[in-house]
Design a protein around this ligand. Sequence first.
Ligand SMILES: [Zn+2]
Ligand SMILES: [Zn+2]
Ligand SMILES: [Zn+2]
Length: 87
Amino acid sequence: MTGLFSKCHTCRQPVSLEDRICGRCGAQLHVLCPSCGQETFIQSNCRYCRSSLYVVCPDKNCKKTQLISPGGRCRFCGAQTTDIKPD
Ligand SMILES: [Zn+2]
Ligand SMILES: [Zn+2]
Ligand SMILES: [Zn+2]
């Protein structure tokens, strides 16, 4: 534990930046940054390069701006929003 805390991107539970999984809802808390490729906590900006982790859904019927999700899929319609491949 480093004492750095943030919030779960799904349920807003306070979690440590080092936690892999939210203890409350089970969501994955890290994602590969599309800009620098480092694994960063899911929050507004990458921990390392500070670029925005918000993406816009490419689906023409959705187009919602949202925080990047661990699977690289739209939180609303499920369309692929990034090139990130789940491993
Ligand atoms: Zn959660
Ligand atoms: Zn980055
Ligand atoms: Zn969508």
